[in-house]
Write a protein that binds this ligand. Structure first.
Ligand code: CO8
Length: 263
């Protein structure tokens, strides 16, 4: 059931433990204005701190995940306004403030800031026909919410450079083949079913282990290999201090289902 109080997004709980945020600014193909991003951050922080929620699905409509930053809002910005207000910085709040896994379910356009937002998620699912791209070059600018960094890490320099310098789009099928998307689906319905099912699967595990798993995988994007492997081992060691590790391994030995305490 959609929660009241938001203008540009909808928040729901499609399954127990699964929070869903749906971008809902259909007239502008979910263009990411500052008010929309403010609502998104508020909703994600609320889901992140809710003890009832274990995983989050972030989606748009069948037609558009998001067609980018709001070009009409950006057009008149001056350098000093952008610089002193740290324009766009708050966009990536979800990558630091949210410790629960976020699954982006992308159908239709995911362009510019929309592509960047999808790339910030922990898991990306899309439809075969999804339309990804970084078209900023056509507007006389460049990606500003991590696109040049996250897309390059995802597809490698050769493809990222071509995509960002030409502004050409890529499909959901290509996104899956190149490793941007974990999986692509034939229809919007299949996409949403799969995203919610995956979130539900994750929600069935120990919250402690899930948060640790997300943390160490994301560390691999920031750290050199040796440091990353060491970081992983430290976190792995620390999980021997959790109840859930004892519960999970005991349940395996006894051939029973683990009943997590999330401690
Ligand atoms: N900003 C504002 N309004 C938009 C945007 C946008 N990014 N995209 C679409 N709209 C609006 C259109 O202006 C139109 O409004 P209106 O009906 O009032 O004219 C409405 O949405 C519907 O759009 P179209 O009529 O164009 O729909 P089509 O189906 O014909 O075309 C497209 C769909 C191809 C997606 C087309 O709308 C398009 O090219 N949009 C712009 C895509 C784009 O360039 N995105 C990148 C923007 S720049 C950016 O995101 C990064 C800036 C760096 C900062 C980092 C990110 C925050």
């Amino acid at each position: 059931s959609p929660k009241l109080g938001y203008e540009f997004i909808q928040v729901s709980e499609p399954r127990p433990g699964v929070g869903q945020v749906t971008l809902n600014r259909p007239k502008a193909l979910n263009a990411l204005s500052t008010p929309l991003i403010t609502e998104l951050n508020t909703a994600l922080e609320a889901l992140s701190s809710s003890p009832k929620i274990a995983a989050i699905v972030l989606t748009g409509s069948e037609k558009a995940f998001a067609a980018g930053a709001d070009i009409k809002e950006m057009a008149p910005l001056t350098f000093s306004q952008a610089y002193t207000t740290s324009f766009i910085e708050s966009w990536s709040k979800l990558t630091t403030a949210v410790k629960k896994p976020i699954i982006a379910a992308v159908s239709g356009h995911a362009l510019g800031g929309g592509c960047e937002l999808a790339l910030m998620a922990d898991i990306l699912y899309c439809t075969e026909k999804a339309n990804f791209g970084q078209p900023e070059i056509k507007l006389g600018t460049i990606p500003g919410a991590g696109g040049s960094q996250r897309l390059t890490r995802a597809v490698g320099k050769a493809k990222a450079m071509e995509l960002i310098l030409t502004g050409k789009s890529f499909s959901g099928v290509e996104a899956e083949n190149w490793g941007v998307a974990a999986r692509c689906y034939g229809s919007y319905e299949e996409l949403m079913d799969a995203a919610i099912k995956t979130a539900e699967t994750i929600a069935g595990y120990s919250k402690v282990a899930v948060q640790a798993a997300k943390e160490v995988v994301n560390k691999s994007q920031d750290l050199p290999l040796r440091d990353g492997v060491e970081y992983e081992r430290r976190v792995f060691h620390s999980l021997f201090g959790s109840n859930d590790q004892k519960i999970g391994m005991k349940a395996f030995a006894e051939k029973k289902k683990a009943e997590w305490t999330h401690e």
